[in-house]
Design a protein around this ligand. Sequence first.
Ligand SMILES: [Zn+2]
Length: 487
Amino acid sequence: MPVYLLTAMNPPKGIIKQLHMIFARFFWSNTAGTRSKHWVAWEDLCSPKEEGGLGFRSLHDLSNALFAKLWWNFRVSTDSLWSAFMWNKYCKKVHPIMEKSLGGSHSWRKMVMIREEVEHNIWWQTINGSSSFWYDNWTKLGDLYYIEGDNAKEEEIEVKEFIHNRSWDKHKLLNHISEEITECIIDNIKPELIEGRNDKAWWMLENNGEFSVKSAWEGLRNKKEKRRDFEFIWDPKMPFKLCFFLWRVWKRRVAIDDNLQRMNIHFVSKCWCCDESKHETMTHLFLTASIANRLWKQFAICAGINIEGMHLQQLITKWWIRDANIKLMAIQKAVPAMIMWALWRRRNTIKHGGKCSYNQMKEQIRIQIHLVIKLQYPWIQTIPTEWQDIVKYLNEYKPKLYAMSVRWVPPPRNKIKVNTDGACRGNPGQSAYGFCIRDEYGNLLYAQGEDIGLRTNTEAEIIAILEALRYCKRVGLEGFLAGIRLS
Ligand SMILES: [Zn+2]
């Protein structure tokens, strides 16, 4: 779907609902044209995986984030034609955050709808004090107009009117706002004014202060609590179908009779896995049936896990967190999903008239474990065949270490050597460079280093070289060798 259409259009709620329905139907159906049960509402799938969803994005949230971008551009890029047009059309007499009319174009109405949340994340850095005292969020606390409540006045005054000789006019502030906020301003905001440049807007949801749709989406959507169990379920090294299946079991959204009955779908229940039980339940199928129990034990014993007296969720959690060599842990936490997937496949095969033996399940799991190991540790040449040997092998696995000596070599006679380096915290991020100059005996002749603000790592490395060359030129050093560390 061409999502960019949403940047300019705001489809009615009903249309988004219909689109979501089409997505959901596509997602849950096995074959084209057939209807199948939607086990989880589309809205609930539209959360990140660690919050219990499937990582889809709701079009509502996406549309909000895209309109947040429009609002940001409207407020910040005041020299653009579009922004000037909107400003003249809607906010000629009144500040954008006070514009109340619900009329106007479709886009404008939607922009106004999300305005409050967006405004809250824009901070106006005082430079020449051009921000609106009441309506712009220049204190980081929010617009004073809303914070101050009864004290607030509907008037257009600029922040600079409260600054005299590089300090706050406390008396004037107190005349307008409460003592508490006045103190907060005096303590936290430097009142220097620099002429020539208007106050600068920073997007507070990004470290570099620049707006991004991603951060707006993250900041404006309804968040749920992050949960460890979901992080374990969505193991990135596992095939999607297995993770998805485990997620459905975890939420009890699998077509097993006791789940269906909980959803008020009544019928005569029948167990397909054995003759031991009359009713089909999750616990029976996946844990207590003797074939299931045998399969769990087969794998659990070698890994030192005792399965007695545990609920299904407890048992799975135990596999996830059981302490072992880190190599083994990565594989071990994938095993429960494989076991349950095998049991589920067997149950479905039998239900549809086929056959599946215990050994077939075991073999299927063995192949899956091998695939995961190959994906996780592609450098391991020969993986043992049996699970018990794999456990032993991984638990004792030690990587081969290669040693390589790295030495600094002095320059030839009558030459000097310049070593440079640049580094950033993040990329881009807060950066610095450094260089040093040594002679043929290794004596340090000169060293220099400096903060260079927000840069990418390539920029930092190159600035280091540039500054070193500049220095050499300045002091007339010639005939040097440059050693550059580019990592
Ligand atoms: Zn059974």
